[in-house]
Design a protein around this ligand. Structure first.
Ligand SMILES: Nc1ccn([C@@H]2O[C@H](COP(=O)(O)O)[C@@H](O)[C@H]2O)c(=O)n1
Ligand SMILES: C[C@@]1(CO)OP(=O)(O)OP(=O)(O)OC[C@H]1O
Length: 159
């Protein structure tokens, strides 16, 4: 049995008047992520962690932000494509651990919904996905509510 780990980080700018997609669900907030896709920073970090663990390249290589095909795309579609890619290489997901750095809004009451959504796409038990949230105590770009960052580690297994 071969075990591999991966890490993924993504950051997006927050601006007023945009939808705020996070972990596959839409949050109620006056700002949303500036992006080529729907800007789901958590899903993008999960994709990069999975791709890295499987020895593949990063999300922007497979889904370039210059390609009109991905304009406004639902990041859940990209995640499904990444799952297919790692499964094609013979890997199964062990667990995924995530941290979101976001000053506002509070998201902890919605993380179960995110985990359920992601577990359905990834075909893994909801307990294998953990999502933590932290403000940055008003420090840095997250603290100034200029942006949001997500940090993800994964473990994948080749039987
Ligand atoms: N966007 C956020 C940020 C934090 N939380 C929850 O609040 C707790 C306290 O946050 P600190 O930044 O003071 O550590 C944190 O542990 C999260 O449970 C949140 O829900 N949404
Ligand atoms: C998802 C992709 C593709 O639409 O674009 P963005 O939504 O801008 O997101 P980012 O995390 O900057 O890069 C990955 C991309 O190539």
């Amino acid at each position: 049995m071969k075990i591999k780990t991966g890490i993924g980080i993504d950051i997006h700018r927050l601006e007023p008047g945009l939808d705020f997609w996070l972990g596959g669900i839409k949050l109620e907030h006056e700002k949303g992520c500036v992006a080529h896709s729907d800007g789901d920073v958590l899903i993008h970090a999960i994709c990069d962690a999975l791709l890295g663990a499987a020895g593949l390249d990063d999300i922007g290589v497979y889904f370039p932000d210059t390609d009109p095909a991905y304009k406004g795309i639902d990041s859940k579609i990209l995640l499904k494509k990444v799952i297919d890619m790692i499964e094609d290489k013979g890997f199964a997901i062990g667990n995924i651990d995530c941290v979101v750095c976001l000053q506002r809004p509070k998201i902890k009451m919605r993380t179960l919904e995110m985990r359920e959504c992601l577990s359905e796409i990834m075909g893994i038990d909801v307990d294998e996905i953990t999502i933590k949230a932290t403000t940055t105590e008003k420090l840095g770009f997250e603290g100034r509510e200029e942006g949001v960052s997500a940090y993800v580690t994964v473990l994948i297994i080749k039987l």
